[in-house]
Design a protein around this ligand. Structure first.
Ligand SMILES: Cc1cc2nc3c(=O)[nH]c(=O)nc-3n(C[C@H](O)[C@H](O)[C@H](O)COP(=O)(O)OP(=O)(O)OC[C@H]3O[C@@H](n4cnc5c(N)ncnc54)[C@H](O)[C@@H]3O)c2cc1C
Length: 377
């Protein structure tokens, strides 16, 4: 075998997998179709929310506790601010998933949190105007990670640990050979004992035979120029606000200096697309809608949109991840379907993928991510 492990896709998950595998002495080849830390997939746009009071399901919390240790380790190993804790405000009606789900996860795992009513939210965070009747869960350990910096950090660490990484080299096909795998690109064919596939939004193409139903969704990120300047937003908590219809909007502190604006977005308000058909133009009507929504919660952001960007979610039907050994192969591991909330898990997904590729099992609780729940063919 040419390599111990080939990793396809060196975005968020694949870069972390390449690092963890190489750090454990594996001979790793990483294959990426674009440039390092590019902006064509799902891991760009400057910031990603990290949080532990996980409204999606309390089952994620033990993974988050380990992910936070690994975020800290990554920051120490690189000397880079790959993440920052800012506190997080999760707001809405008391029965909103954002509030009630966060509270449930905090209670199940005894996570430090505070419950705030609308007047207390306004008093503590004068930039925020909750809707009448809103409450919030405040989590001091929430914050943000920097996706491009994180991907590049993992790539650098992987190379320092001996991984061979090829960029601008799309994988055309892969197959099993006797006891291993063979991967073909335009430049050649490579063999290895194990294959780890981290395809992001290209999962439907690269994992077609797997039968995992993944829908790709276009998302838009917006940077608004705060009225009155960025100063009140420099040490701002990250926030998620859910309205009575269940629509969630979220925002970050001003992390790009005085001219950089404040990033906001809708959590799930996308259009189904493919990486080939995604509309990369952000339309005036979308900006107007975002401005109106965000202006109701953070009035200073009801101003000029400095710039915007598009990005892709890879959604499973239940919005939980897929991380597993291929059901029919001892040589293939997949990580996909991160459904718009995967980045905060990047370091631990790298650790889990290394466990699965090397040992076939992981000690981390990943039964929620078993693809058998989704496979229809
Ligand atoms: C707008 C937006 C906001 C988000 N906000 C948050 C947030 O606040 N918090 C959070 O935790 N998560 C968030 N997420 C989700 C998170 O960013 C993703 O779950 C995560 O980045 C997915 O990583 P990935 O490795 O699966 O995909 P990617 O990082 O896109 O990596 C997949 C890689 O595979 C490569 N590839 C594909 N096919 C091939 C091939 N044939 N050959 C070689 N290479 C190939 C691609 O080029 C790409 O580099 C957000 C996502 C988006 C889009």
């Amino acid at each position: 075998m040419g390599y111990d492990v080939i990793v396809i896709g060196l975005g968020g998950m694949g870069s972390a997998a390449a690092y963890h595998l190489a750090a454990r002495g594996q001979r790793v080849l990483g294959l990426e179709k674009f440039t390092p830390a590019h902006d064509k997939g799902s891991s760009h746009g400057g910031s990603r929310i990290i949080r532990q009071s996980y409204f999606e399901d309390p089952a994620y919390v033990p993974l988050l506790l380990r992910a936070y240790e690994l975020w800290d380790q990554l920051a120490t190993d690189t000397g880079l601010e790959v993440y920052r804790l800012t506190g997080g405000l999760f707001m809405g009606p008391s029965d909103a998933v954002t509030v009630a789900g966060s509270q449930r996860a905090s209670q199940v795992w005894d996570l430090a949190h505070e419950m705030l009513d609308a007047s207390e939210i306004r008093r503590r965070f004068p930039t925020v105007t909750p809707y009448p009747g809103d409450i919030a869960l405040y989590e001091a350990k929430a914050g943000f990670a920097r996706p491009e910096m994180t991907v590049q950090a993992h790539l650098n660490l992987a190379e320092n640990a001996g991984a061979e990484l090829h960029f601008g080299e799309p994988v055309i096909e892969w197959s099993e050979t006797g006891g291993g795998v063979s991967v073909t690109t335009a430049r050649g064919t490579y063999t290895a004992g194990q294959l780890v596939i981290c395809p992001g939004a290209w999962a439907p193409a690269l994992l077609a035979e797997f039968g995992i139903p993944i829908t790709i969704e276009r998302q838009v990120l917006y940077w608004f120029d705060p009225r009155g300047g960025t100063t009140p937003f420099e040490n701002h908590p990250i926030w998620i606000h859910e309205d009575a219809t269940g629509m969630q909007a979220y925002g970050f502190p001003a992390i790009d200096g005085p001219g950089g604006g404040v990033k906001v977005a809708f959590f799930r308000k996308g259009i189904v697309c493919t990486p080939e058909t995604i509309d990369r133009t952000v339309h005036d009507q979308e900006i107007t809608e975002m401005r109106h929504r965000v202006g109701q919660v953070v009035p200073a952001l009801d101003g000029p949109c400095l710039h915007s960007a598009t990005c892709m979610y890879s959604n499973t039907p239940d919005e939980h991840f897929v991380i597993a050994r291929h059901p029919d192969s001892q040589n293939i591991t997949v990580a996909c379907g991160f459904s718009g909330h995967g980045f905060k898990f990047v370091p631990i997904v790298g650790e889990i993928l290394a466990d699965l590729a090397i040992d076939g099992v992981t000690g981390h609780p990943i039964s929620l991510f078993d693809p058998k729940r989704l496979v229809t063919t």
